[in-house]
Design a protein around this ligand. Structure first.
Ligand SMILES: NC(=O)c1ccc[n+]([C@@H]2O[C@H](COP(=O)([O-])OP(=O)(O)OC[C@H]3O[C@@H](n4cnc5c(N)ncnc54)[C@H](O)[C@@H]3O)[C@@H](O)[C@H]2O)c1
Length: 408
């Protein structure tokens, strides 16, 4: 089996998850170079994978100016840094494993897809849930025909208040211009699942939703700019940064704690000075905190979809009703009921959550991408860009509808 070499661009959370594959299977994947502007992360990553200093870059421009140095790039930069590096990498002849969302507009997404086709390169998009055992089971049940024809899909994503405030109020995905609408940055997986599971494109859609809660007008009396500024309601506030990061020590993934400093001191500094210490009612966020959509797919399949940030736990719930039965599940448990038969229940609690690399899905996706690169063909790679463009098209269209209603 030929070993595939890769340039790792953006050595953050997701890159570390995907390139764990190189640590587990070094005979299949070698990391030839890294691009990461954060010196701490760059050095740590280079040392983990034995990357020489000359192959560790601070900017993608510098790296992609050089002659091609690997078979592929893994592109795991923040959302606004997908489009230009992707085009530059294709220009140099790299295949790409590209984090979702593909880019920040439908035009950019289509351009990457058409350039990839023109250069004969593979672009795989990290829709990892297509590889998750729970969703694969749903897909297999629907394809088996045991439930008949799909009539209607009901799907909801509950983000959970911790992830909502960490990512979409205080953090990296809080502003549309610096990332994407929440529908893209969080729910493009969900729209992709709907398209993939039904095998149908979308014919029409409506949507409404807004940034209802995390705004200054809802700040409680006595609250302050930062949770550590003597906020009078910190002890009872469900969104307290002190509670989340300092007392519970959760969601510290963007704090760079491994720099040799006392972790508590790093967290205290962040709460005093950094974006994660801000009061949730006084951030510069603009992405919605709740949204619903209804869609009609080809074949008159109806879909109702909802997203919100106000549940204690995060998770996804799906119910699909068909002409001869129904299925419903919450990612931990899947019940499949053919009418006139007893329900069959499958337990997926072992693979639940993002720990364990999305139930192993991250690593399966990488394995499949490497196979496609080795074969020089994405024909058998389910998350190739041509396949996943539809979910991005839907997301951009739905978002237009939401904005129309929000303005009205
Ligand atoms: N597939 C999924 O399930 C999933 C989950 C979370 C995030 N994402 C997406 O993955 C991407 C990365 O997210 P993350 O959670 O790993 O974020 P992250 O912040 O942990 O990692 C991004 C890295 O890119 C680096 N970076 C910034 N500017 C750069 C530049 N000019 N060149 C190279 N690197 C640069 C940052 O310093 C950081 O280390 C985003 O597009 C995000 O929306 C996908």
């Amino acid at each position: 089996m030929r070993r595939i070499t890769v340039v790792a661009i953006g050595a953050g959370d997701r890159m570390n998850a995907y390139t764990e594959y190189a640590r587990l299977y070094p005979e299949e994947l070698e990391i030839a170079a890294v691009v990461e502007p954060n010196p701490l992360r760059r050095e740590q990553y280079a040392s983990t994978f034995g990357i020489p200093v000359a192959q560790a870059f601070a900017s993608w421009e510098e790296c992609l100016q050089r002659p091609r140095m690997a078979d592929a790039v893994f592109l795991c930069t923040p959302d606004p840094l997908h489009y230009r590096p992707a085009l530059a990498a294709l220009e140099k002849g790299y295949h790409i494993l590209l984090e979702k969302p593909i880019a920040q507009s439908w035009e950019q997404c289509s351009e990457i897809a058409s350039r990839a086709a023109a250069c004969g390169r593979i672009v795989g998009v990290c829709h990892v849930l297509r590889y998750h055992p729970y969703y694969r089971k749903i897909k297999a049940v629907l394809e088996s025909g045991v439930l008949g024809e799909v009539i209607s899909v009901s799907h909801r994503i509950e983000i959970g208040i911790e992830r909502m405030t960490h990512s979409f109020v205080r953090g990296l995905w809080r502003k549309e211009r610096e990332s994407n609408p929440i529908l893209l940055s969080k729910a493009c997986h969900d729209l992709d699942l709907i398209v993939w599971l039904t095998g149908r494109k979308c014919r029409s859609a409506e949507s409404c939703g807004s940034l209802k809660w995390f705004r200054a007008c809802n700040a409680p009396a006595g609250s302050t700019h930062r949770c550590v500024d003597g906020c009078a309601v910190e002890q009872e506030c469900p969104y307290s940064a002190v509670e989340l990061y300092y007392r519970k020590k959760r969601w510290l993934r963007h704090f760079d704690l491994e720099g040799g400093e006392d972790p508590d001191a790093v967290i205290r500094k962040e709460l005093q000075e950094g974006p994660y210490g801000r009061c949730v009612y006084r951030c510069d966020n603009d992405v919605a905190d709740n949204q619903v959509a209804v869609m009609q797919l080809e074949g008159n399949i109806t879909v109702d979809f909802s997203l919100n940030g106000f549940t204690r736990e995060g998770g996804r719930r799906t119910r699909i009703v068909c002409s001869r039965g129904e299925l419903s599940g919450d990612e931990k448990r899947l019940a499949v009921t053919a009418f006139r038969k007893e329900p069959e229940v499958y337990d997926f609690s072992d693979t639940y959550g993002e720990c364990n690399f999305h139930g192993g899905a991250d690593l399966h996706l990488v394995a499949d991408f490497l196979k496609a690169v080795r074969a020089g063909s994405a024909a058998h790679f389910p998350a190739r860009i041509e396949e996943v463009l539809e979910s991005h098209r839907i997301a951009f269209e739905i978002e237009k509808k939401r904005k129309m209603h929000d303005v009205i």
